[in-house]
Design a protein around this ligand. Structure first.
Ligand SMILES: Nc1ncnc2c1ncn2[C@@H]1O[C@H](COP(=O)(O)OP(=O)(O)OP(=O)(O)O)[C@@H](O)[C@H]1O
Length: 242
């Protein structure tokens, strides 16, 4: 388990993000703890991807603060997080070279990289495709490669932005199983999805956004049994909300 020396919890305090003076996220205060799978839900355009990017450090907030409480001063927190996107961003190299690359970035000695990269590929059912150029892999295989690469980095936190929305049900299921493996190994999961069935299967807690605001943060069981806000009730009922 990675929890004892994790960079978590992550605390967002009154975070806002604006473009050209237009607020896209507003006044978000939120604490994300280790060991809990957090699923971010909300209608299209609610700000889910922006929130993930702010948490991961790809965007800087216009207001407020994003702080990793477990991080030691000067520690490179970026290396202890990984992010998987809807469409994976892969290098023009073989599958195994993609994994070796993150191991090199993480300072793993050259001699150990080959075995560790193959172990990560095997874990996600990709060993037979190790030498294949990453960019000719199918969408589902590419997503599993992105997960294998994240696994090799051994992150404290894995952010996933709609990782299964471009996949067929079988490929989506293998991504869900991979997410469970990360969780079981002690990696904190923070994920957006439009698939409510998937959210019910994976979530320990739900963050519900609407129009750039945090409307609810609740244990998943409570949220799905009866959300507190009218926006979330309408969302779960499949009504058009924005
Ligand atoms: N760089 C940007 N410049 C201007 N507007 C942006 C920028 N990035 C995002 N937005 C706007 O911010 C809002 C939130 O975007 P975001 O991608 O976070 O939504 P989302 O909840 O992930 O939506 P979806 O479910 O459709 O993926 C949207 O209205 C989007 O158009």
């Amino acid at each position: 388990m990675r929890a004892p020396d994790t960079i978590l919890p992550l605390e967002l305090e009154r975070v806002g993000f604006a473009v050209g003076g237009r607020p896209l996220l507003d006044d978000i205060t939120l604490r994300l703890e280790a060991g809990v799978r957090t699923i971010i839900l909300g209608p299209n355009g609610a700000g889910k991807s922006l929130l993930l990017r702010l948490c991961h450090g790809l965007l800087a907030p216009s207001d407020g603060s994003v702080r990793w409480h477990g991080a030691m001063a000067g520690e490179p927190v970026r290396r202890r997080q990984a992010m998987v996107f809807q469409r994976p961003v892969l290098l023009r190299r073989s599958a195994v070279a993609n994994v070796r690359y993150v191991l090199a970035l993480g300072g793993v000695p050259w001699r150990r990289r080959g075995a560790l990269a193959m172990e990560a590929l095997e874990r996600f059912g990709l060993a037979a495709l190790a030498q294949r150029p990453a960019r000719v892999l199918s969408g589902g295989e590419q997503q599993r490669l992105a997960l294998a690469r994240a696994w090799a980095a051994g992150p404290d936190v894995l952010f996933l932005d709609e990782p299964t929305s471009a996949l067929d049900p079988a490929a989506a299921l293998s991504v869900e199983m991979a997410v469970q493996e990360f969780h079981a190994s002690g990696t904190k999961i923070v994920m957006t999805t439009h698939d409510l069935g998937q959210a019910r299967r994976l979530a320990d807690e739900v963050v519900f956004l609407s129009r750039g605001r945090l409307v609810e943060l609740a244990p998943a069981v409570e949220f799905f049994k009866g959300p507190a806000s009218p926006q979330a009730r309408a969302f779960l009922a499949g009504e058009l909300v924005c």
